[in-house]
Design a protein around this ligand. Structure first.
Ligand SMILES: [Fe+2]
Length: 385
């Protein structure tokens, strides 16, 4: 196999427990008029904000309640322009960081946000550089602090699409695992399986390469010992640290290698129903593994099967494990951390054909290790229902 890849990530990564203390110093190197994007609860960011204000910096707070929409991003861009902000900080989960990246990207670029979006727009390139952006994740799942896209929901088109550019990697990714200690168990579960899915899908992707494999192996191993522990005990220092690191590694992997069928379906499902991305990925993962492994065996594809065997060994810790053992391990994990079924999100079987059509043309589906036919894709939805 020829080795052929490109790799890019955030310009500077700072990782470690309590590293959030460094945020005021880092910001002051980048600008003095800050747009701080947070989630609904701004309390967690307040300590940092007070310290930043002491440095003679202005801080405007933009709170986002839901996953980013074209409307919410538009409001954020407007606020940054009106207040003359010169730095954007995203302090929160994946939605918050994606919002911060999209706002930073668009402040100096003219025209409508929609023009720059994939699928529903023309995917226009950013002509101006984004504002400096600092990403401070408070969940361990999306790895958005090291990716170059922002997932944005178009309520009009009922679809989630990306604003994507090589210019959108954050200038600084500041990852403090302690910030994730207060995540409730359900969020720990769904975001954690999202991170696992990023590592797993890029490891078996038809674009996999030996460089990204290193991240995938390391990340999957850490998740295998830590997700359930973090779910059961949110303040388990070691488990939270492992999950934060694995999430970052997953982000590095997905920014450089296409994902697969789980994310192929997760985009359309998230566009049509108000469900969290991580939860959707988590309930689809076992069925995608099962159908993919079956398809790979039927089509006698040796390389992806070998990769499914390897990941089964990493997850189970058993050197003799085979691909099927990986499915069983994931099924048990999903059960132990109480991931709901697809049917519990209000999805109906009558929507399957539309979901199928949307998933087939998604960017992530192009990374799936095997081209699945309509029957196989429907089986994934049926098994997850
Ligand atoms: Fe994801």
């Amino acid at each position: 196999m020829n080795v052929n890849f490109e790799f890019a990530t955030a310009t500077r990564i700072i990782f470690g427990n309590n590293s959030v203390e460094k945020l005021p110093d880092i910001i002051s190197l980048m600008g003095n008029n800050i747009l701080l994007v947070t989630g609904r609860n701004t309390a967690r960011a307040e300590k940092a904000v007070a310290k930043i204000r002491k440095r003679d910096c202005k801080v405007e707070i933009f709170s986002v309640g839901t996953e980013p929409t074209t409307k919410s991003i538009g409001e954020g861009i407007n606020m940054a322009r009106v207040k003359g902000c010169n730095v954007v900080v995203g302090f929160g989960g994946g939605s918050v960081i994606d919002s911060a990246k999209a706002i930073a990207a668009m402040v100096l670029n003219r025209g409508e946000l929609e023009d720059y979006l994939e699928v529903i727009g023309q995917g226009k390139s950013l002509s101006e550089d984004p504002l400096p952006c600092i990403a401070v994740p408070t969940t361990s799942g999306t790895g958005a602090e090291v990716t170059k896209n922002a997932v944005i929901k178009s309520t009009e088109h009922k679809v989630k699409v990306s604003l994507r550019s090589n210019k959108m990697y954050p200038g600084v990714a500041l990852i403090d695992p302690v910030l994730t200690h207060t995540m409730p168990p359900e969020l720990t579960a769904s975001t954690g399986v999202d991170a696992l899915t990023h590592l797993l899908e890029t490891f078996v992707s038809n674009q996999a390469n030996p460089f990204i494999d290193l991240f995938c192996r390391e990340g999957m191993e850490r998740i295998s010992t830590s997700l359930e522990r973090a779910y059961k005990n949110g303040t388990d220092l070691q488990a939270r640290e492992n999950m934060a690191l694995a999430s970052m590694l997953g982000g590095m992997a997905l920014a450089n290698v296409k994902l697969g069928a789980v994310h192929g379906f997760a985009g359309p499902v998230g566009g049509m129903y108000p469900v969290a991305h991580g939860a959707v990925c988590a309930c689809l993962l076992p069925a995608v593994m099962e159908v993919n492994i079956g398809a790979v065996k039927m089509r006698k594809l040796k390389e992806p099967l070998k990769r499914y065997d390897i990941l089964a060994r990493i997850l189970t810790g058993d050197n003799m494990a085979r691909a099927e053992d990986g499915i069983e391990w994931v099924k048990k994990l999903i059960e132990d951390i109480n991931i709901p079924r697809l049917s519990e999100f209000g999805i109906s079987r009558t929507d399957f054909p539309e979901l199928l059509q949307k998933a087939k043309v998604s960017s992530s589906m192009k990374g799936n290790p095997v081209l699945l036919d309509d029957v196989e894709l429907t089986t994934i939805l049926e098994k997850s229902f």
